[in-house]
Ligand binder design. Structure first.
Ligand SMILES: C[S@@+](CC[C@H](N)C(=O)[O-])C[C@H]1O[C@@H](n2cnc3c(N)ncnc32)[C@H](O)[C@@H]1O
Length: 352
């Protein structure tokens, strides 16, 4: 990366994130399993089986609403260890016709995580991008996928809008250079920033994600022409707003996003209003808060049910997991859920 900047000059934050996260040999996701206690962060499916089970039953309900298509593509994008899909398939096996009709498809760029996914979802077929998936009606899950996509950042200055870029800082001539933010004037930015933030005050930072826009546009076009539904869960904001949400996680603690590219998870909050705007041709539901969504799907009843067969220690773990997933100061409020469906599809569960 430093070599690239030396040769070409400052790079955009999006290029920095793309290389740091997804470089085939040096990228964060392509070189490790980052999940769980021994990794850098934990996600909802890794906290409790209840999460994947409820999403699996949401998919069965949606499949019924779509008229029981057979076959259909049952896809997950950014599946981590495959835990969510494994739990969803186990719960969905209550309706064997669903499982028989499902062509399980996982979209994943990481060879290491594909190996983990194979252990948990042996019936899957793997793809590198959404555009490669087989044709047909689709049910798609995406948990903490969009936050991992590269963003661009723009800052309003006394010179007008500038793009925040990554440059090199040289201190000790014997030490490798470090990365730092710089600003590059971009007078055209005002034309593609969300109109609600284009008049933000001096100093404000506004984020866009061309990679997110491309995935959502492809997904919505597919839902429009081939039918189906998607469920997107992530941390983020319901309305487009100015703010710097770039963050890095290492060993379950916040880290400097520029300190160790390739060795920390670098993410940004998802702008759900932008997802809806870019989902041309699809119907959008939500976002609703994860806590409310899971409650509507019956997570408390499922927790009670699991506790009846649990030891006291296990029952305490189930209660803790329930709180982490739904509590307003835990994941229940920051995490949001949005559904996109094809035209004419009945409203999905959990958004009323
Ligand atoms: C934060 S993890 C979430 C994992 C999983 N969904 C969960 O909830 O445990 C992000 C996942 O997206 C994958 N990923 C990142 N960028 C991707 C891309 N451009 N295309 C497909 N998968 C990607 C990562 O390898 C990883 O599996």
């Amino acid at each position: 990366m430093a070599h690239l900047i030396e040769q070409q000059g400052p790079i955009s934050l999006a290029t920095y994130m793309e290389l740091a996260l997804a470089h085939p040999k040096l990228g964060y996701y392509t070189t490790r399993d980052p999940l769980g206690a021994g990794g850098d962060f934990t996600t909802s499916p890794e906290i409790s089986q209840m999460f994947g089970e409820l999403l699996g039953l949401w998919c069965v309900d949606m499949w019924e609403k779509l008229g029981r298509p057979d076959p259909f593509v049952f896809a997950e994008i950014g599946p981590g260890r495959g835990t969510l899909m494994a739990d969803a398939l186990r719960a969905a096996s209550l309706v064997p016709e669903f499982t028989r009709a499902a062509q399980v498809a996982l979209v994943e760029i990481s060879p290491i995580l594909r190996t983990e996914q194979l252990k948990n979802v042996p019936s899957a077929t793997w793809y590198t991008s959404l555009a490669d998936l087989p044709n047909g009606p689709i049910l798609l899950l995406a948990n903490e996928f969009f936050d991992a996509l590269p963003i661009r950042q723009f800052q309003r200055t006394d010179r007008g809008w500038c793009e925040r870029c990554i440059t090199l800082q040289r201190g000790d001539p014997d030490a490798p250079p470090s990365f730092q933010f710089g600003l590059k004037p971009d007078p055209l930015a005002v034309h593609f920033l969300p109109s609600s933030v284009a008049n933000a005050p001096e100093g404000a930072i506004v984020e866009t994600s061309p990679a997110t826009d491309s995935v959502v546009t492809t997904l919505a076009e597919r839902l429009h022409t081939q039918g189906g539904a998607a469920l997107i869960i992530d941390y983020g904001h319901a309305h487009s707003a100015a703010g710097d949400t770039l963050q890095a996680m290492k060993n379950h603690a916040f880290a400097d996003p520029l300190a160790e590219p390739g060795h920390a998870d670098i993410t940004a909050h998802v702008d759900f209003e932008n997802l809806q705007t870019k989902a041309v041709g699809a119907s959008a539901y939500g976002p609703v808060e994860q806590g409310a969504f899971l409650e509507r799907l019956g997570i408390s009843a499922r927790a009670e049910n699991l506790k009846q067969r649990a030891t006291p220690d296990q029952a305490e773990e189930i209660e803790t997991a329930l709180h982490r997933l739904t509590g307003r100061t835990a994941m229940g409020r920051l995490f949001k859920v949005m559904s996109l469906t094809g035209p004419g599809t009945p409203a999905p569960a959990g958004f009323e």
